[in-house]
Design a protein around this ligand. Structure first.
Ligand code: IMP
Ligand code: MG
Length: 180
């Protein structure tokens, strides 16, 4: 897998450190609240698993899945819910946990959707933010690294469903998706 990377963007150690930093911010802001962390599958799994273990206040978790890029590297611009929440979020303080915000289309849609489900408050926590990719204005409330406009994989992020199990985040060599 490492041979398919042009370079490593964030090491495991850098990611761990950032996760701790974000967890401290969330703990501070959600003390005494009814926090629900909603992971957006599948890309958010690694970040979610590490983040909730780093947060030292009570919380519950839930999962949603939306339609992805398919096997390409550009957003289709259409968001479809494939898996909905299992539990009612009425009156809860919800944080959406995402791997990356690129065009902003997915989270703009999900924010409206979860608001309509009666959450008391709704914030976004993303590990990576790719501001140059935005098609709609969207600002994450908690974000880790500001990422260059390149296609990245690892730590949950995939290309054609692969590379999610890399413990670090790297830029995929363009020849990997150009030959496909
Ligand atoms: P959006 O374009 O902000 O709607 O992002 C939708 C989803 O596309 C993200 O949650 C990621 O799963 C995926 N995505 C965006 N950029 C990348 C990338 O560089 N590598 C892998 N997946 C990406
Ligand atoms: Mg995703």
């Amino acid at each position: 897998m490492m041979n398919d990377l042009a370079y490593v963007l964030y090491t495991k150690e850098q990611i761990d450190e950032m996760v701790q930093k974000l967890a401290r911010q969330i703990e501070r802001d959600y003390e005494g609240k009814d926090l629900v962390c909603v992971c957006i599958l599948k890309g958010g799994i690694m970040f979610m698993a590490d983040l909730i273990r780093a947060i030292r206040i009570p919380l519950t978790i839930d999962f949603m899945a939306t339609s992805s890029y398919g096997s390409g590297t550009k957003s289709a611009g259409v968001v479809r819910i494939i898996k909905d929440l299992d539990r009612d979020i009425t009156g809860k303080d919800v944080i959406i946990v995402e791997d990356i915000v690129d065009s902003g289309l997915t989270l703009t849609y999900l924010k409206e959707y979860l608001k309509s489900r009666g959450a008391a408050s709704l914030k976004i926590c993303t590990l990576l933010d790719k501001p140059e990719g935005r098609k709609v204005p969207l600002q994450a409330d908690y974000f880790g690294f500001t990422t260059p406009n390149a296609f990245v994989v690892g730590y949950g992020l995939d290309y054609d469903e692969k590379y999610r199990n890399l413990p670090l985040i790297g830029v995929l060599k363009p020849e990997v998706y150009e030959k496909a």
